[in-house]
Design a binder for this molecule. Structure first.
Ligand code: SF4
Length: 380
């Protein structure tokens, strides 16, 4: 393993639209490369511009805090996700403490922060996340796809074992910080069976997790696909025909496999009383809090339609409407009060049907504080 110093010119990446799974508006990666070396990692895919041996050489952005100090004062507050592409709590963090400094800088500027990790090293910084929770919002969540040690050892060789991640999650929950699990990617023929899904969900719920977000595997052309298929050839040759059938030469599963998997996860989440989506953080002083809640509902409808295998144009209609409401500079409640449904229909992508739906939601929020529109995340 090699570590190289790296001078970053920019540290914060602004997303074109809010991430409707994790609610991030920005991403920050203190490291480039990841020593966890997960076999399925799609950061290996060419699109991220990382080297194919990205688990052999990790670049350390030593000037991260200095650059953030210049960038943060110019940005609107929004959730910052750390380590979305390369795990922020990979082993080098023990010594360099770079993520700790980055989180401190973000919290110092009152930015809500979240981290998704496969390492229990994050517990070292629990004080920071607990403080950020009190000041604005923080979420520390973990990738756990299985508790089978052999599968985890083969596919996530450098990460903390799943039992330790779960124990870390229990402590995060105990500290009053939002937590849960990304159960992704569930690997076809390996970890996508009902027993495994139920095992993960029930243990996460028992440990105080608030949500389980599930997702399937993507197989992108090039290094990621080659590496993954190589492991299947060595250890799971019996599932290769299944992959041929599900993926062919594409990067996503074909047909109903994906929605069916997510429906099964939703069903088990319902049985265990845990959400299958993450609740969107809306800060109490956000003047556009109601817009965010309306957008959240529209995003949830998009997800429901995905699970229902509705036509893609219908899913896109809700997604585009959600983006439009989310990115408005004016309070959607004011617009409705002044102009009624016509006002709602003046928002890009919102026609008669959607304006009726939004009107119903606005009416249910009437008389409550402007971000009190309740959104149900898993008890449906
Ligand atoms: S921890 Fe995440 S970023 Fe690191 S190798 Fe695994 S999947 Fe990739």
């Amino acid at each position: 393993m090699k570590y190289e110093p790296y001078r970053a010119t920019s540290m914060i990446n602004r997303l074109r639209h809010v991430d409707d799974w994790f609610w991030a508006s920005y991403t920050v990666n203190p490291y480039r490369g990841c020593a966890h070396g997960c076999v399925y990692c799609d950061a290996r895919a060419n699109q991220y511009g990382l080297s194919e041996d990205f688990e052999e050489t990790v670049f350390v952005k030593e000037n991260a805090v200095e650059v953030l100090g210049k960038q943060l004062p110019r940005l609107k507050r929004g959730v910052v996700s750390t380590g979305g592409v390369c795990d922020s709590y990979q082993p080098i963090e023990q010594e360099r403490r770079l993520t700790r400094k980055v989180v401190k800088a973000l919290a110092g500027h009152q930015f809500p922060v979240e981290v998704l990790t496969k390492s229990d090293l994050v517990l070292r910084d629990l004080d920071l996340y607990a403080e950020a929770s009190r000041q604005s919002w923080a979420c520390v969540f973990f990738t756990i796809t299985t508790f089978d040690e052999q599968i985890a050892g083969r596919f996530e060789p450098g990460a903390s074992p799943p039992d330790r991640r779960l124990e870390a999650m229990r402590q995060v929950a105990g500290a009053g910080v939002v937590t849960g699990v990304a159960m992704m990617p569930l690997l076809p023929g390996i970890s996508d069976d009902d027993r495994n899904i139920e095992d993960v969900i029930s243990r996460v719920r028992d440990a105080g997790g608030q949500f389980v977000l599930a997702g399937g595997l993507t197989l992108k052309e090039g290094a990621q696909r080659q590496r993954y298929i190589g492991v299947l050839e060595s250890h799971y040759p019996q599932v290769l025909p299944l992959y041929e059938q599900l993926y062919g030469s594409g990067f996503e599963t074909r047909g109903s496999y994906g929605p069916q998997l997510l429906r099964r996860v939703r069903e088990v989440c319902l049985q265990h009383g845990i959400a299958d989506r993450m609740s969107r953080p809306v800060l109490p002083d956000d003047p556009l809090g109601l817009n965010k809640r309306i957008a959240e509902r529209l995003f949830l409808r998009t997800y429901d339609l995905l699970l229902e295998e509705a036509e893609s144009y219908r899913q896109w209609a809700y997604r585009k409407a959600a983006w439009a409401v989310d990115e408005m500079e004016e309070d959607v409640g004011d617009l409705y009060r002044q102009q009624g449904r016509k006002g709602l229909e003046s928002i890009k992508g919102i026609g008669k049907g959607l304006s009726r739906e939004i009107e119903g939601w606005l009416q249910s929020a009437e008389g409550t504080a402007n971000d009190r529109l309740e959104v149900d995340h898993g008890q449906r």
